[in-house]
Design a protein around this ligand. Structure first.
Ligand SMILES: [Zn+2]
Length: 144
């Protein structure tokens, strides 16, 4: 296994906070200053592979980091996200929650626009055709 989050001494050196089951460190390619990754200590690719104790450990660190990021970087809001599989942008196959502190004016500086990947292109005033939404509801309900 060649996982940078498990094996990389430099990542260990970057660790800011940890508990028994999870740890957090700033990414070396931050969208904005204070962009943090929170990982389970166990090498797991998918969130659903975490135990409830690991989920609690990750949430515990997120809860401590949020007010710290407000104090340290003046964060006024946050993006929380994870990527899954290559098509979803997961570049390291070790589950990691991104915490991105946001504040007014950071978009232009860092060219980060969540709507470019979280929302469909085009104006938000135009909803999807009802037929498309109904088809999605039906497909998901049948798959559940
Ligand atoms: Zn790993």
């Amino acid at each position: 296994m060649d996982c940078p989050f498990c094996k990389n001494e430099e990542v260990k050196h970057r660790t800011i906070i940890e508990n028994d089951l999870a740890f957090a460190f700033p990414t070396n390619t931050p969208i904005v200053s204070g962009h943090i990754l929170v990982c389970p200590k166990r090498h797991i690719q998918y969130y659903e592979d975490t135990t409830s104790e690991e989920k609690n450990a990750i949430e515990n660190l997120r809860g401590k980091l949020k007010p710290a990021l407000k104090r340290a970087f003046g964060a006024e809001g946050f993006n929380y996200a994870w990527n899954e599989e290559k098509i979803g942008g997961q570049s390291v196959s070790h589950f990691h929650l991104h915490i991105v502190p946001r504040k007014e004016g950071d978009v232009g500086i860092y060219q980060y626009e969540p709507r470019e990947f979280l929302y469909r292109p085009g104006p938000r005033t135009v909803a999807s055709p009802q037929e498309e939404i109904d088809t999605a509801i039906k497909a998901i309900k049948q798959a559940l």
